[in-house]
Ligand binder design. Sequence first.
Ligand SMILES: Nc1ncnc2c1ncn2[C@@H]1O[C@H](COP(=O)(O)OP(=O)(O)OP(=O)(O)O)[C@@H](O)[C@H]1O
Ligand SMILES: [Mg+2]
Length: 396
Amino acid sequence: MRIILYLGKGGVGKTTTSAATALRCAQLGYRTLIASTDIAHSLADSLGTELESTPKEVSPNLWAQEISVVADIHRYWADIQGFASSIISSGSINRVVADELSSFPGMDEIVSLLHINKQAKDGKFDVVVVDAAPTGETIRLLTMPDTFKWYASHFLNMGEARMARMIKPFAGRIIKGSTELLEVLERLDAGTTELRNTLGNPDITSYRVVVQPEKMIVREAQRAVSYLGLFSYPVDSIMINRVLKADADEGEFYQTLYNNQQKYMDYIEDSFQPIPLWTAPFYSHEVVGLDALKQLADDCFGDSDPSNIFYRGQLQEITEEPDGSFKLTLPLPFVSGGDIKLRKRGDELFITVGNFKREMILPTVLAKRKTRSGKLVNGQLEIEFVDMEPEPAAAD
Ligand SMILES: Nc1ncnc2c1ncn2[C@@H]1O[C@H](COP(=O)(O)OP(=O)(O)OP(=O)(O)O)[C@@H](O)[C@H]1O
Ligand SMILES: [Mg+2]
């Protein structure tokens, strides 16, 4: 069983690439499901057929669905959410923080994911391809299981007596009592744990970031890869979509576009190494319908099986050291050495090792610190981050 999730900036070609991947998998003989979790569904348009909220066979071995979250699940979450907010605000955290924490953005989407997990468990499909919403929302969605688990463990550790006292004002209105709440939480906690394990298991799930050779899009992809790494979600390739071919017969406008893309092709290679890259051409037609999707899969994957796992291994690791500093470790197996130069500006980090250059977007925990040192150890670059304010002992 494989789950492949495509993410990337709005409009880069996530739906198209997901559909092309799913079609190729189906044609290779895998029972394949493509499921859209984007609330603004466009999968039906891409496949050129009507879709529903349950899987519909659209081609041999290929089922498609546009998941819609049923109102009662929605309502159920709203209750838990209200409850969480009240409990937290009765403690030491202030109201604003409590509200912020309990607003659970993307909750409809976690329900979609639980749904996909169920499909995976049922074993009806060999491959499930997820057509997700643009990056920001999807990253929030992927952090949901961890956030939820935090809540669940908080409540579950509280003990029934304390919980009974706390929910007294709500009992009857929201849920019948603490026993029922415990049951609900335990069930959700178990479901979320399983979901998190599935989504983080590199033997099952692969994340692929779709980009175009353009600055803003690549930057968003860097951010996505950084966050996926932070949560240990396995990225196995990068899909570069809408790549222009060299064509000397075309005019100046085309040549300028082409040259500009080439500049970013190099940049993409440096930015994501060692993750493998796929490229898909820029067609003069829209890529809709099964024939066009098949062509894209052929042009992009060649003879490869897109359900394979193309890369294994951590892309970055952040560890807290005993002295309170943080260490960022990046695998750079193809970089042989040279002077290491680090330049940080806000959440951007510019790394130069000899003639290798990489620009990356840092997660918040590192963005608010400064770099202290960088060294190459066994094909990995280790960068140390320390607090911006020097410690009194280090100040003199
Ligand atoms: N390689 C390509 N060449 C030409 N057109 C393309 C290519 N890839 C995608 N398109 C077209 O670009 C449009 C947007 O693609 P798509 O819907 O797949 O993007 P998306 O990333 O899913 O967008 P959204 O963020 O809105 O979900 C579609 O009309 C699609 O047909
Ligand atoms: Mg889409």
